[in-house]
Write a protein that binds this ligand. Structure first.
Ligand code: HSE
Length: 434
């Protein structure tokens, strides 16, 4: 039975996500009211321009350009306008007026999260953001709630759908990076500014959000190590396939135990890496996302699904809206996320990983021994070596290393590049998931 007063919901933004939120909210009004115990009344939709073309299902009579008045009268504000400003100002206004906020804005959370969460805590409101990472895939709630009693040790995710599509087409159809990017652009998968995707910026924002939740630690975006996919070649794809790997853009958040060089810390990083084709993330095709979580008691968990799309993102937003509305009905302050652990975010140098290094060398006596001695002198152990001589006077040597620090591996690559027996470094990729 519905006894609570209707809850006033304000929507900021009527783009591909906002339009779907409005549609689902209106179409499922009765069912949502029954689930919450109060009616959810969409009181207005703030847009920049009333005359812009809108998707079907956005009621024209709810549109307004006066976001501030709309926010002041709302119990719950949904922000799906994107960008840093005015989204940040509007969310602060909403929280300061006592409203709960639901947002899908990963860039804003990764950049101004501390300010927004602190404000929410001070006023007893709550900020919900399930849609900010991997859209429809429930990953924020599992980290925030389901795994709250466990210790997460590592998260390895494919959290950017457009780059996964591009890499998958290079792998499965033999396309070049440019051809695959043209396809992704045609399909509308890339952000308006594609560098956000292909330079790994979007993935690094999501990694910062996941790591801060998993490790109860503030993770500033500038501490996230980042490499994009722009240097991945068709030749690297072919070599990866031949060796039983696939190249994926990975977002990795990891606890790193103290050693003589550093204290206990976390590493948050994004880069393209080789993973075994049989790894669960190796099976993530097309524009799909997946997040692989390892926790001490739970073991390995995999969350998989659509990481983008208007209606898929709206699903996560509606879930947050129901949570926010139930909290209003039940009463009590919002629950802040803890950053008590306050672990340092360590530089990439401290990370243990493996490299696969492909070199073109002169084909003469002692070359392999010289290459092996450079690797050994760097304190790195070789796991596999494969040499292919071609018709010229050169040979291609592919070295797979055992685990070593990224600092040691980088130093080895630099020494190899400077060696007189090495003509060129063809490829350097990290290997993960082994
Ligand atoms: N550009 C993002 C992606 C959209 O490709 O996954 C979802 O955040």
């Amino acid at each position: 039975m519905i006894e609570y007063r209707p809850l006033r919901v304000a929507l900021l933004g009527a783009g591909s996500v906002g339009a779907q939120v409005a549609r689902l909210l209106l179409e499922n009004k009765a069912e949502l009211a029954a689930r919450v115990g109060a009616e959810l009344e969409l009181v207005g939709i703030a847009v920049r321009n009333l005359d812009s073309k809108r998707a079907d299902g956005v009621p024209a009579e709810l549109l307004t350009t006066d976001a501030e008045s709309l926010i002041l009268g709302a119990d719950i504000v949904i922000e799906v306008m994107g960008g840093l400003e005015p989204a940040r100002t509007y969310i602060l206004q909403a929280l300061n007026s006592g409203a709960d906020v639901v947002t899908a804005n990963k860039a804003l959370l990764a950049t101004h999260g501390t300010e927004l969460f602190d404000t929410a805590e001070q006023v007893g409101a709550q900020l919900y953001f399930e849609a900010a990472v991997a859209a429809a895939i429930p990953i924020i709630r599992p980290l925030r709630e389901s795994l709250a009693g466990d210790t997460v040790t590592r998260i390895m995710g494919i959290v950017n759908g457009s780059t996964n599509y591009i890499l998958d087409r290079m792998d499965s159809a033999g396309l070049t990076l440019e051809q695959a990017m043209a396809e992704a652009t045609e399909l509308g998968y890339l952000e308006a500014d594609p560098t956000l995707d292909i330079e790994g910026i979007d993935a690094s924002q999501k990694a910062a959000i996941l790591a801060s939740l998993a490790f109860h630690t503030e993770v500033p975006l500038d501490k996230v190590y980042r490499e994009g996919i722009t240097k991945i070649t068709a030749e690297q794809m072919i070599a990866a396939k031949r060796d039983g790997y696939v190249i994926k853009l990975l977002a990795i958040c990891e606890r790193i135990a103290a050693n003589e060089d550093h204290e206990d810390g976390v590493s948050v990083r994004v880069y393209p890496a080789l993973i075994p084709r049989e790894h669960p993330l190796g099976a993530v095709r097309g524009a799909f996302n997946a997040v692989f979580v390892e926790a001490v008691a739970a073991g390995s968990l995999m969350f998989y699904g659509a990481g983008a799309g208007g209606v898929q993102t709206a699903s996560a937003i509606l879930g947050d809206l129901v949570s926010a509305a139930k909290r209003h009905v039940a009463g009590g302050p919002g629950l802040a996320d803890s950053v008590h652990a306050n672990l340092p975010v360590l530089p990439i140098d401290a990370v243990n990983t493996r490299y696969q290094i492909t070199l073109e060398t002169s084909d003469a006596p002692g070359v392999l021994a010289k290459v092996a001695s450079i690797v050994a002198d760097g304190g790195v152990s070789i796991e596999t070596v494969e040499q292919n001589a071609d018709d010229k006077d050169t040979a291609t040597i592919e070295i797979g290393t055992h685990e070593a620090t990224d600092a040691a591996l980088t130093a080895v690559v630099n020494h190899l590049a400077a060696s007189e027996v090495v003509e060129s470094i063809i490829s350097v990729l990290r290997v993960e998931g082994i």
